[in-house]
Structures are given as C-alpha cells and as structure tokens.
Design a protein around this ligand. Sequence first.
Ligand code: ZN
Length: 696
Amino acid sequence: MKLSPIVVFFLFVQFLSAQVQDKVDFVHANVSIEPTPSENRINGNVTYQFDVIEDVSSFYLDAVNLEFSSVFLDDAKIDYDYNGRKITIKKMMEKGDTHLLKLDYIGKPKQTVYFLGWDDGVRNNEQVWTQGQGKYTSHWLPSFDDMMEKVEFDLEIILKQDYTVIANGKLVKQDTLPDDNGYLWQFDMEEPMSSYLVGFAIGDFDKKDIQSSSGMPIELYYERKDSLKAEPTYRYTKHVFDFLENEIDVAYPWKNYKQVPVQDFLYAGMENTTCTIFSNQYVIDSTAFMDKNYVNVNAHEMAHHWFGDLVTETSSEHHWLHEGFATFYAYLAEKDIFGDDYFYWHLLETAKALQRFSGDDGGEALRNPNAGSLTFYEKGAWSLVMLRDKVGEEAFQRGVQNYLNKYAFKNVTIPNFMEELEKVSNTDLEDFEKLWLENPDFPYNQVISFLKEKNTSIKTYFELKNKIAKQPEKTETILKRAWKRLISNQLKENLVLDYGDKLSAAFLGTIIKSEDLKVRQAVILSQNKIPVELQTAVEGLLNDKSYTTIEAALYRLWTDFPQNRSKYLNETDGITGFPNKNIRLLWLTLALVTPEYNPDSKALYFDELSGYTGSEHHFETRLIAFQYLKSIGGFTDTVLKNLVESCSHHVWHFKKSAREILNAFLQSEGNTARIKGLYPLLSQQEKQYLEKTLGE
Ligand SMILES: [Zn+2]
C-alpha cells in the first residue's frame, strides 16, 4: 500500500495478537458475489476446500457483520456459531481429510467495500471498489484476518448492470446474464494469497492493453472521460515492469497485471494481487506530470507483487519486508528513468524528514510493529540503500533472489531475509540489524556522508551551504560565483528554495530567464513578496507548463500588484490545474474578491465554487473549496449541508478536516441556530453526528 503524502497516521496497530489456526489448511476458494450498489449490499457464496493437518474438533473463519443463510460441510447442512466477528464450525475431523465448506451470506459492509456515485445525478461516475488492508476482507467475504492463511481465491462477480468489472486473476469468462443488462465475470487465480489482497473494482472503465518485454499482459484502466490522460498517467509502466523483473531477477509471479484508478480512494494505491487499485488523483495530463505523476506509486504497487504478495509478512513486526522493499525498488525504478540526481536528491529529502522525526520524537525502530509510515516506508528504503551498499549490488541481488524463491507463496520474517543475505554475502550483518532495524534513531550523519560520496551535486550543495553559513552576508556573491559551473537542476532548485528570499531581483530574474522549469518554480515558491523589478519575469511564469508554478505565480501577482488583478485573472481563466482543480478553485476565489472583475458574473463564480463542495467531487477538491469558502465567508446552506455530510466521509483525514472546519464555524454566534435550521435536509447519520457535536 502507498499512503497519500498528506496522510501520516499510525496504521497496522495490532489490537489483539492474531489467533493462529494451524490444524486446518484452507487451499482453494470459489467465491461468487452479486453486489447491489443501490443498497450497498453484497449477496455472496463461497466454497472453501481445506485439508485437516491434525485431528481437530472445530475451526473458524473471520466474518464481520454478515448474515448467513446456509452453511454446508461436504453437502450436509451443519450447525455453526456466529458472534458477528467469527463463524465457528464444530465438527470432529481427522488428520489427512479434505473437506468442502460452503457458506451463503449477505453483507452490507460499512467499510472495505465502497459504493460511490450511485445516488447522485451524475452519469457514469458509479463505482464499487474494495480496500482489504489492514485485515478487512472479512467485512464482505468470510475469510482470514490472519496473513498466514494463503488461499487460491477464484472470484466470480455478477453485476446486473453494464459496467466493467476487474478483480484478482485472469478473466476467463464474461457471460451475458439472461434477462438483464450486465454480465457474470469469472476470474481465475493459479496461486495462493493472503485474504487482505483480495480485491475488485467496478466502474465505467475502458482500458489499454500492453505487454512487458517478458510477454506479461498488462491492462491499464481509465474512466472513459479520461482517455486523453491515459498516456501521461501510465507513462513508463512497461519500463518499470521490465526494470523490476530484471533488477529483482525473479520473474513476475502472477498471470497478468492490472491497474484501476478510482474515486475517493483511501490511500495512494493498493497492491491487490494482479489488481492494483489507486487514487484517480494520479490520472493526469502531461503538464501535471512535471509536478505530480503516478510513476512512483506505479512502481511501488508493482514491487509489492513480489514483496508482500509473493512473500508475505507473518505479522506487522516484519512490515519492513513489505513497505521498505516496495519503496526501495520504486526508487530504483525512478532512478533508472529520471537519473541519479533525481534518486539521491529524493533520498536527501527523506533523510531530512527522518532526521526531524528522529529529533522530535526519538524516532522509531523498523522492528516496531506499531511504527508509522515514515519509518516503514522511508527509513525502510534507506536501510536497504545502505545494506545494498554494504554487501555489494551483486550479493544483494542474489540474496533477494534466493529469499523470494525459497519463500515464494509463503510467509516470511525479517530473520528469513537476513539469513539469505548473510549466506550469499558471507558477511555478519548483526551490526546492520542493530543500527537499522532495532535502533529508533536515524543515523543522519552516516547517510549524509554516503550521499556526498555518491553524488557530486549533493557534495557541492553542502559545501556551498557551509560557506554561506560562515558568511551569510555574502550569500548572493557565493552563489553567483558558483552558479555557472552548476549542472544539476536539483542542486539549483534546492539552493533557490533555501536562499531565494535573500537574492536580488536581478539575479532571480536571470534564473527565471535561463533556467529549467523546476528551478524557475523554486523562485516563485521562495518569494514572500515579489519585488517590482521581478514583476515582468514572474508574469511570464503564468505561461509555464507547471500547475504548481501557475498557482503560486497567480496568487503572488494578484496579492503584490493589485492594480493588475483583472489582467492576471483574464490570463488564467479556464485553467483547471491538477485533478484536484487547484488553479480553478484559487481563480474563482480571487475573482470573487476582486470587486472590479466581471461584476455581472459573480453569482456564476460563486455557484461554481460552492458546487465543488458537493459529494460528486473528489474529497481533495471539496476540502480546498471548503477552505476558500471559509476564508471569504461563503458558507451558504448548501455548502453547510455538504460540510456536515463530509463529517462522516469514509476518508479519515478528510472527515477530520471537515469536522475541524465545522467546529470552527460553530464557534461564531448564531451559527448553531443556522446549522439547526438545516436539520430537515439531513440524513439520520448526519443528524446524529450534529447532535453529538452540539452536545444534545
Ligand atoms: Zn506499500
């Protein structure tokens, strides 16, 4: 899984240690489900084949809030206990036997399966998708919260409506349903996986088929309206796939690979086996590619198909084996595409973040099962960079290869990996484990020395920083003298970000005139106020091919040169920006608070801006719209209703932000009465939330 950059919270907290069920082994599952999206309902049945490993008198499956209509063991109806979390079957069974367990059930999952867009007036935005990690698949399929139970899950999905269905495995059948629109979609897996990796997605999708150099079919899905964005979104997919197969040197272990972007996804992406689901905020055009593209998440989820899907941690204590490895291999893939500078400068950035975290809170050990994402992902990747450097690329590659081959389709622990690496490298890695896996501190000085040694532009960066620290009054002289021999754009960009506010307008003007896009962008991001001498140069940035640059330039110019506001607004009218509509939302807000600008269109602008708070829009768009409307006092009844609705949203951090905005609103006198006036428009759930918030 890959978290969105804005989410930093602690996942994988183990409330209870998983119960181990080792006397029976579930081998195969035939799953058939029929979702009824208008009712958020799943009708399902599943037949498990299992082997009895030792004589046993009972066994169970995890199943959260499902309603069972019948349970059969080997064609005979059988009694069961169900407590809302686990279904337990009591039956004496002998070692060596094989049985079939068949369960029919109905579920109305409150999480894990998300039904979006079925009750608004917007056409073709209807979707159903799943998110099984943590251990949540049992909310719609009786299965196993324990990652150790690996099963070959074959899914069949019946949908009486004409949408595309994508799930784990290979599509082997798509039959027309007798009296309805829609199809029966049947998928086949050939190998086992843990339950949390079972997933599916439904929506109005089209796809592009490509193939890896090794001949693996890769399906790239997109919403029909986004056909022009498919190329920039999936740019380098084949490159990444080929790179990972070569670098890991173990063939991709599954039969195909599919990727599906969905609305309001909880994270950046999720590596459901052969069926990665990711946030549609990565569905971008070529301009957005410069600042925010899918390449890293694409590579991360793909790498999980070895690290996580093929070999799976026994428990969260070994989570490094998933996230550290996926993050690390994604960085290697990006290095192969974007070059050394890109790789090392990004590592420098994460090292700084880890240093801050380590300094503030004492850091976290990678072996800590409750560690946060920064530790598992970034410290995890760093530890592998250093481990590879220590044992050498050749030994590292062989060690990883042996580890994957030995534990393929099984579960693993950190000692399993370390053992393979020690074997091939003939090195005692105890010191490495102490420093990188057990120690909560981040060895910042060591990694900075490493970076300086590996990358000359980073070495130069620290040399210049030292010089400037000694003579801060000579910042510009030092940088100007060095500038001509600097080659790395990352270096220039970082120097401007660090010192841009101390440089003269003349020097900054030259930089805008002669440097690359990201260096020019650093100029506008580093300015708190644009000097008059720089005005013309910054006006030129409104035409740059970067949505980050345009947004920053528009805001600064509008603020610093009020006499030209209408001109700047005219120049940027019609630019949407990133998928979250960053530029359009800023533009509408500025247009509304510029009295002389198109006074007759103000009502239209306001309707458009407040319309973006509606549930048919992505939560990022909604959040920005709420914040702008708050800043201009634009909370109409419709906006407030949308805000209250957002307070129960399934995306945790959006819900939290919405609640904070609502609470701030309620602080002002009279606003409680306004909110109460909305009651007739609200759903039961929304009313309950409000009553709780208002303390009633
Ligand atoms: Zn991940």
